[in-house]
Ligand binder design. Sequence first.
Ligand code: NAP
Length: 267
Amino acid sequence: MYKLGLIGHPVQHSKSPEIHQYFLNVINANGKYELFDVMEEDLEYFLNELKHSDMNGVNVTIPYKEKVIPYLDEIDEHAQMLKAVNTIKRKGNKLIGYNTDGEGFIDSLRYTYPKFVKDIKDKTVLILGAGGAAKGIYFSLKKLNPKRIDIANRTKRKAENIVSENNHLVLALEEAEEKLYEYDLVIQTTNVGMEPDKDNQVIKLTHLNRGAIVSDIVYKPKMTKFLLNGKQQGARLLFGESMLWYQAAKSFKIWTDQSVEKHLKID
Ligand code: NAP
C-alpha cells in the first residue's frame, strides 16, 4: 500500500491525485494520493509528522518548494543546486528532497520533438520567467548544450541570478517580444495565462519564426492564450500537460522504484 500526497497552498485544483492514482493502477498496486493544504505556520509540524509516519512521500508545490528545505535530512545534488524541492521521499525517519521539474520538461520535449533535441546544439532557446520552474528547466537544458539559452523576466535581477554562461543573455520582456525571431524554442514559465488569468499572455508572439516550437508549462487551461497565439503564428506546440505527466512519472519512480513512462496519457 503506497501512501503519497501533495503539500502546498492552495492544492485543491491539482491534477496530481488523478495522475498518481492512474500510475498506481498501471503497476497494479494499492495506494492513495492525498492533498494536504498546509498553512505556512504548520509546515514544520507537518514535515515532522511525515518523518514519523508510514507515508512514502509527497510532492511539494507553490509556495513551499524552497521553504521545505531546512526541514529535510538530505537533498539530492540537482535540487540542492536549484534550492527547490518538488518531491520528498521518506526513508526510515529521514526525509530526502528531489526536484523533477527540469528533467520532466526535457523528457516531454524529447518525446514530442525528438529531432529538435537531437539537433539542439544548433538551436537557440528563450525562457520567459525566472521562478523555480524556469531555473530547473534552464539547468536541465544547459546539460544538453544548446547554442544559447536566454532568459527574459519581469524582474531582470532574478534572471541574472540564474544565467551562468557568458553568451546567455538576460532580457526585459519587451525586448524578448521584439527579438522573438532569434529563437527556435520559446518556453513560457510565468504564471501568466493560468486559470483564472486565462485571458492574458506574458508577451505577444508576432515576431516568432514559423516552425519554431512554443511551449507553455502552464497546464490549466491546456490551450493557453500564449499557445493559441503561437499556433496562429505557425509554431509547433508543446503543452504544459506533458511536462506535468513526465515530472510526475519521475516522482513516482523515486517513491516506488517503478517506471511508468511508457504509459503516460499524453495526446
Ligand atoms: P514562481 O517561482 O512563483 O515564478 C513565477 C514567475 O512568473 C516569475 O518569473 C514571475 O516574475 C513571473 N510572473 C508572475 N506574474 C507575472 C506577471 N503578471 N507578469 C510577468 N511575469 C509574471 O513559480 P514557478 O514554480 O516557477 O511556477 C510557474 C508556473 O509554472 C505556474 O503556473 C506553475 O503551475 C507552472 N508549473 C508547471 C509545471 C508542469 O509540470 N507543467 C511544473 C512546475 C510549474 P517575477 O520574477 O518578476 O516575479
